[in-house]
Write a protein that binds this ligand. Structure first.
Ligand SMILES: [Zn+2]
Ligand SMILES: [Zn+2]
Ligand SMILES: [Zn+2]
Length: 243
């Protein structure tokens, strides 16, 4: 956190240096980003992301969409517009926040990201990747998590929608929002996240979207078995639906 000198912000443990939440999913043939936050450029450079076939957006908050201008480089690499999937509210948020991109009066030609906004109505397929949208509640706003085979990514939520529970059965890996110890109106607290993770029952759960209240090592030391904080650069390899 800017201007903070707490133990986490001063920590020398690299796990405590956190950029904005996002994941990159690769099948070997297909590469997909979930969200394009303000750190997208740094993340793509740092993790050598050279190809993105589509972006799946969870919702339109700034920490999940403000990297959209950097999609220009992926447009050049793919020589085409970027398919961007999201619910209708999210696509509207993107159109409003990036008004210059959709303004017909703006001169074209290299200076603008080319985005193909596609509303999500149900399960979708990107290349050889099957994507199951998972409805979750982020305060008063219904947003989307995503399931890819045996892995589900549910960031920014404080309640699982009633119709989402059946979509979360048989997971090997769950990635779930856990902001801090104290309650929050739009994010799971750590205790709420632990209880939710227990009910979902994935073999392994990684928490994400932590703020500086949760230092990596001391928090991990008191988490139940099979649960841990995620960290920047965490890589999970899956084959045949297993992790
Ligand atoms: Zn701090
Ligand atoms: Zn949010
Ligand atoms: Zn967020």
């Amino acid at each position: 956190m800017i201007g903070c000198e707490c133990a986490t912000c001063l920590s020398t443990d690299p796990h405590d240096t956190r950029l904005r939440p996002s994941i990159f999913v690769e099948t070997g043939r297909t590469s997909v980003l979930v969200d394009a936050g303000p750190d997208l450029r740094q993340q793509a450079l740092g993790h050598r992301v050279t190809r993105v076939d589509a972006i799946l957006f969870t919702h339109g908050h700034a920490d999940h969409i403000l990297g959209i201008d950097d999609v220009r480089r992926f447009n050049a690499l793919m020589d085409g517009p970027m398919p961007c999937y999201g619910d209708r509210q999210t696509l509207e948020d993107i159109r409003r926040t990036f008004g210059y991109v959709f303004d017909p009066a703006m001169p074209r030609g290299g200076g603008l990201p080319r985005l193909d906004l596609i509303a999500i109505d149900g399960p979708l397929v990107v290349g050889d990747l099957q994507v199951q949208p998972v409805p979750v509640w982020h305060g008063q706003r219904a947003i989307l998590g995503y399931r890819f085979g045996a892995l589900a990514y549910l960031t920014d939520c404080n309640r699982i929608a009633d119709d989402a529970w059946p979509l979360l059965e048989g997971l090997e890996v769950l990635v779930l929002d856990a902001l801090r110890a104290r309650p929050h109106p739009t994010h799971f607290s750590l205790d709420e996240a632990i209880a939710t993770a227990r009910r979902i029952g994935a073999a392994r759960t990684f928490f994400t979207h932590m703020c500086h209240d949760l230092a990596h090592e001391p928090t991990n030391a008191r988490l139940p078995a099979g649960m841990a904080l995620a960290y920047d650069g965490l890589v999970l390899s899956m084959s045949n639906g297993e992790c």
